[in-house]
Design a binder for this molecule. Sequence first.
Ligand code: ADP
Ligand code: MG
Length: 318
Amino acid sequence: TSETLENAHKVKTICFDKTGTLTKGELSIYKLYNYSNIDEKEILKIVASIENKSEHPIARAIVKKAQDEKIKLKEIKEFKAIPGFGVEAIIESGEKYLIGNKKLMLENNIKIENEKDEQELVSDGNSILFVSSNNKIVALIGVKDILKENVKEVIKKLKQRKINLVMLTGDNEKTAEIIAKEIGIEKVISNVTPKEKAEQIKKLKEDGIVMMCGDGINDSPVLARADIGISMGGIGSSSAIEASDVVIMTDELNKIVDGIEISKKTNKIIIQNLIFAIGVKILTLLLSLFGIADMWQAVFADVGTTLITIFNTLRILK
Ligand code: ADP
Ligand code: MG
């Protein structure tokens, strides 16, 4: 919208979702710890069958791994996505599985006894899937993402503009910190659900205009809450697209810098046009008042101004 275009260069804070926005969202399984008496392949089969119902980048990584290993997926009886936490499902045999982050486990009173393995995965920069059934952790899966190619460069450019940069992620604190540090973002808000993300945006808005960049997967309320919501990659849901002000179909982060640049140019030109148009009107008015110019000259001057402002505006396109 025109408002977005006018506001973008005044942006004070930019918040980034981590997975799929700063990172490619093409995760791969780094390691799987198996604590159950079923074999690893069977665990992968169950987890992939459940995750096949989810659209989260983490889920897609698991499904891809299963496909690569030619594992046939099972039927799932019941499935529920819990945004910001993970998923809940009942498989064919009637067994209930919870797959997601640590918060999901704690919330369901599932004891975590594998802290050493968890720490190891986290310190290697992995996100962790806790897999549980019958109130017990049966596996830990570490998944790792890669940074988008130009992310460090884009962050540097935005920092030069003195914009406050924040990583806003549902992932665990340590993994988020490791990735933020690598990218060059100092402020990290981690372990937040989509609802809490929206609250954080509200708080940040007290300091000025807030832009939120997400991938459009379960972050519609967050995108809607920001002054400028940008969904990247064009993979998001239609509700996310509706909630956004800008949809960037590719996953190129530098489009954000371009957007701010265009906004700046647009505003400069709007102001130039205003000053110029008003100036000419006052001048011709004065001239005709003093009888130096007649009415027709004033009219021509006015049409001329309009043409000049149009040409001036066209410069945005350059
Ligand atoms: P973000 O995009 O910032 O990682 P999300 O709100 O999408 O935040 O997810 C938060 C966390 O919830 C993820 O980091 C992951 O640990 C967990 N999660 C979400 N969806 C799934 C899923 N389908 N399978 C496993 N874990 C999930
Ligand atoms: Mg996300």
